[in-house]
Design a protein around this ligand. Structure first.
Ligand code: CUA
Length: 329
């Protein structure tokens, strides 16, 4: 059991949501700074304890000393105090300078950066891949795809309250504040799937506001992007066609968009390729036909307080609409 307690503090050091396992430029800078501060402060703390222990030891064993010895001892104390003050100034100045250099490196902009706008909502993330050609821009939700090695420029905004963008393995935290836009730049260094989490309390489902970051080879990223730019594929089976009609008759399009259909609402997540995303409800459930059906049947039980209303559907309608959405890849 004692071994378990020793392992506990180390359990968070690696994995897909850990600032101590950096896989991007900004996270690397912060990781370096973290260890510099930790090691320096531990060394200072250890030195202070040693000196304190030595002083206490000498006080307990006072030797009878002459006046000349006393004067020498006071001079030595003066030198020791001077040295301690000088060391403190040097260490604090050094740490401040290292901190300044890291912050400057983190904020450096790159002209070739991929620009993505991320907007926080209670409680999900809207992601806009802008493009100079308007028909190539597209919206998605709760999932960012990034090419490895290319600088990224995230323009962070919010639709309601303050949120905070934080993907510990890559970068952050950066607040998303009403009425302004904050910018976060970083370069993902290693392919992989990372978990981002809203880092500012934003209401009762704050803990369920996660975002997947998929860092992939540039060719894979381009393939993904082309697939996202395309409109939703038409229904293939009668059931899927029935699902599309259910969405129309129940006015799902008042809040959601499915490009290529009549649904063009902007209040909720864009569903054009929802079936191809890893999760629904901002990281709560894996995207399967079953979880889509569970979500639509009773979103307030899955994630109480969110803005998705419960739409009364028959069992057949629920089956059909989840089949249709699962196919939107
Ligand atoms: Cu959004 Cu916490």
């Amino acid at each position: 059991l004692p071994h378990l307690f020793l392992l506990l503090p180390l359990a968070g050091c690696s994995g897909w949501q850990s600032a101590l396992d950096p896989r991007g430029s900004t996270a690397e800078e912060l990781h370096g700074l973290f260890w510099l501060f930790t090691i320096t402060c531990t060394a200072v703390w250890g030195a202070v304890l040693l000196v304190l222990a030595a002083a206490l030891w000498r006080r307990r064993h006072p030797a009878g000393i002459s006046e000349a010895q006393q004067a020498r001892s006071e001079r030595r104390s003066g030198v020791a105090i001077g040295a301690a003050v000088a060391a403190t100034v040097v260490i604090i100045t050094g740490l401040t300078f290292a901190s300044y250099l890291a912050t400057r490196g983190i904020a450096e902009e790159h002209p070739e950066a991929l620009t993505i706008r991320v907007r926080g909502y209670q409680w999900w993330w809207e992601v806009l891949y802008a493009d100079s050609a308007p028909h190539r821009a597209f919206l998605t939700a709760n999932e960012l795809h990034l090419p490895v090695g290319r600088p990224v420029r995230l323009e962070l905004a919010t639709a309601d309250v303050i949120h905070s963008f934080w993907v510990p393995n890559l970068a952050g935290k950066q607040d998303m504040i009403p009425g302004r836009e904050n910018v976060l730049v970083f370069t993902p260094r290693e392919p992989g799937t990372y978990r981002a989490q809203c880092a500012e309390f934003c209401g009762i489902q704050h803990a369920h506001m996660a975002l997947r970051i998929v860092v992939e080879a540039p060719a894979d990223f381009e393939r993904w992007r082309e697939a996202q730019i395309a409109e939703a594929a038409p229904p293939m089976t009668p059931e899927e066609e029935a699902g599309r009609q259910v969405m129309e008759s129940k006015a799902c399009g008042a809040c959601h968009t499915v490009r290529g259909t009549a649904a063009a609402g902007t209040l909720g997540p864009d569903l054009t390729h929802v079936g191809g995303r890893q999760t629904i409800a901002a990281g709560m459930l894996p995207t399967t036909r079953g979880s889509l059906a569970a979500w639509i049947a009773d979103p307030q039980t899955v994630k109480p307080g969110n803005n998705m209303p419960m739409v009364p559907l028959t069992a057949e309608e629920l089956q059909a609409v989840s089949a249709y959405l699962a196919r939107l890849r």
